[in-house]
Design a protein around this ligand. Structure first.
Ligand code: 8YV
Length: 320
């Protein structure tokens, strides 16, 4: 008998086919009535596949009495109540490592797009300005720039490696210093923000990091400074960010994540010093395939072997 799986959020056709082969699949959408779903399937569902944005709605988590494992399609799992899951012995897994390079590349791409004015220059040609006004204005280099990384986990360290190739002077702020890092550690984020030109945020979301990047940090970066956010929208005070860009107290912003996705503040739409992408940090065919395969494999392993491949740290103790 195949175990019953509830799928929440977007998955790829490859994931859907793999899930179908091993599970009896149910799909949860915004229009699914939670109470009737629980009444019908609450005692049958043993596994959930979800994303770090969709999570598992609280009444659903409570109502799925036989739930044993939640597999998150993504490395960030801030929308999943891991405390509640772990206390019930439910193992939560995620997809670390396989997206390190892609998200790091997205961060570098946004940094470059800001300083080299990629969008402005593209539009310069389309508007006929090259023909009518002559050469485009000069822009700023990222080569040799000092960059601070907020969050120095797997992706943060990969960003550092990629920026080393551009001769960037790297520093980082995290909860603790890493003895194996050649880069400068700052115990205080505002000290680092004052010293660097660009700040790249790649720290987990959630209450502990909410609005870590506030007005003070943005102003410390200054009028030539740049904020790149490939972490979570919640890490940045979005109103303070809009204000700093409008006033020119912050020079540039490259943003892949936002507070209320998919809503993006309209004030950011026509700013030449801002580059916006719709949460595509890991969104390539290659990387999403690796993430999707790991999301599926965690569940298949659980039911075949009683183990998972990549549990979140909070559930590590539940692994036999
Ligand atoms: C998601 C992400 O994986 O991995 C993360 O934490 O933010 C995203 O790349 C993606 O939205 C698929 O759920």
């Amino acid at each position: 008998m195949k175990p019953e799986l509830l799928i929440i959020g977007d998955i790829t056709p490859r994931m859907a086919a793999a899930f179908d082969a091993s599970f009896v699949c149910h799909t949860f959408t915004e229009i699914t009535d939670i109470n009737s779903f629980i009444a019908e399937k609450g005692e049958a569902i043993e596994a959930v596949a979800t994303t770090g944005h969709d999570g598992v709605p609280a009444p659903l988590l409570t109502g799925l009495s036989q739930l044993k494992v939640i597999s998150c399609y993504g490395v960030g799992y801030d929308a999943i109540d891991v405390g509640e899951a772990a206390s019930r012995g439910i193992i939560v897994t995620h997809t670390p490592n396989v997206l390190n390079d892609e998200v790091a590349t997205t961060a570098v791409m946004l940094l470059m797009a800001c300083y080299r004015q990629l969008i402005v220059n593209h539009n310069y040609i389309l508007a006929g300005d090259w023909v009518n006004k002559g050469n485009a204005p000069l822009n700023r280099t990222i080569d040799g720039m000092s960059v601070g990384i907020l969050g120095y986990g797997r992706i943060g360290q990969t960003i550092a490696k990629k920026l080393e190739a551009f001769g960037c002077k790297i520093s980082y702020h995290a909860r603790s210093e890493r003895s194996d890092s050649p880069h400068r550690y700052y115990a205080k984020l505002n000290d680092m923000a004052r010293d660097v030109q660009a700040l790249i945020a790649i720290t987990p979301g959630g209450a502990a990091t909410k609005h870590l990047v506030n007005q003070e940090i943005l102003e410390a970066l200054g009028p030539e400074g740049c904020l790149v956010n490939v972490a979570r929208g919640s890490v940045v005070d979005e109103a303070a960010l809009v204000n700093a860009l409008q006033k020119g107290t912050l020079g540039y912003a490259g943003l892949d994540v936002f507070d209320k996705e998919p809503q993006v503040p309209e004030a950011l739409f026509n700013m030449p010093n801002v580059v916006l992408t719709p949460h595509i940090g890991s969104a390539t065919v290659e990387t999403r395939q690796a993430m999707g395969d790991l999301t599926v494999d965690n569940l298949v392993h659980f039911f075949e072997k009683g183990a998972v491949l990549t549990p979140v740290p909070e559930c590590q103790h539940l692994i036999k």
